[in-house]
Ligand binder design. Sequence first.
Ligand SMILES: Cc1cc2nc3c(=O)[nH]c(=O)nc-3n(C[C@H](O)[C@H](O)[C@H](O)COP(=O)(O)OP(=O)(O)OC[C@H]3O[C@@H](n4cnc5c(N)ncnc54)[C@H](O)[C@@H]3O)c2cc1C
Length: 287
Amino acid sequence: MSNRYDIAVVGSGPAGLSAAINAKIRNKSIILFGNSELSNKILKAPKINNYLGLESITGEHLKDKFLSQLKAMDIEITAERINNIYAMGDYFTLMVNDKTYEASAVIIAAGVEFSKPLEGEMEFLGRGVGYCATCDAPLYKGKTVTVIGYNKEAAEEADFISELVNKVKFVPMFRENFKMNSNVEIVNGVPISIQGTNKVDKLILKDREIITDAVFILKDSVRPEQLVPGLEMDEMHIKVNRKMETNLPGLYAAGDITGKPYQYMKSAGEGQVASLNAVSYLDSLDK
Ligand SMILES: Cc1cc2nc3c(=O)[nH]c(=O)nc-3n(C[C@H](O)[C@H](O)[C@H](O)COP(=O)(O)OP(=O)(O)OC[C@H]3O[C@@H](n4cnc5c(N)ncnc54)[C@H](O)[C@@H]3O)c2cc1C
């Protein structure tokens, strides 16, 4: 059996960090999944005027302060992307490709993804459209797959799967000087729709089309209902009560992912509420 943590926190923005810090203070064993640079939404903020006690701080500076607090508290970030979370009764299984982790309680603090699905994305989901290239690439041995990538990890994933498939077309949604394997073709353009018959045949960009057997869309966040089967939503947000409990016992959510206002302190506050209630839940399991 893999080591079972008390609490797994998914997301390293203000909500996830606050959840992790509060759980650690309560002496719970934790694993914090996210990004070593914390969150693009912290990094990209030019100036923050509403963070209590940190007047006119830049996002970069706030990130450094958060990192130094994590270091002082001996909290590490596991830089892995959770693809799925399954409720197993009195614990949860969290999947990172073919690797699994276990935790008695989970706090989802994965932020929100603002962009709408592409035309055809939902229709072809599971029939050529996917959100985890490394999980599904072995199905496309000898074929052409397209990766629409929103971050550096997506570029790495595109490179990695190029060893498993015949050809990868990489459509970057951010600027960078890419150095990729020889069978990765970088295609610049704006994705409009995914088309096919029974399964995906092509990706339509604004000024061209790509013939492809699969389209992987790799963003900073996965839609919560895809992350956790059976999770109750309130339109695009996870439905929670004032304890930050979801409809699944032991599963909590905090931050932008539970709804507006999208703000740092609201996220950090919810992370704390989720964490303290997760601690009470664990204590009640022990009794
Ligand atoms: C440019 C900009 C300026 C802003 N300025 C302000 C401001 O001045 N004041 C203010 O209050 N708010 C501001 N905001 C809003 C603020 O950034 C967000 O409300 C806040 O970051 C939300 O925190 P969060 O923890 O919920 O999520 P996020 O900060 O979005 O963090 C989520 C984290 O989870 C990770 N993640 C997602 N899915 C997974 C997964 N499956 N596995 C592992 N990790 C995952 C992501 O990589 C990310 O690191 C600004 C936002 C932007 C973009």
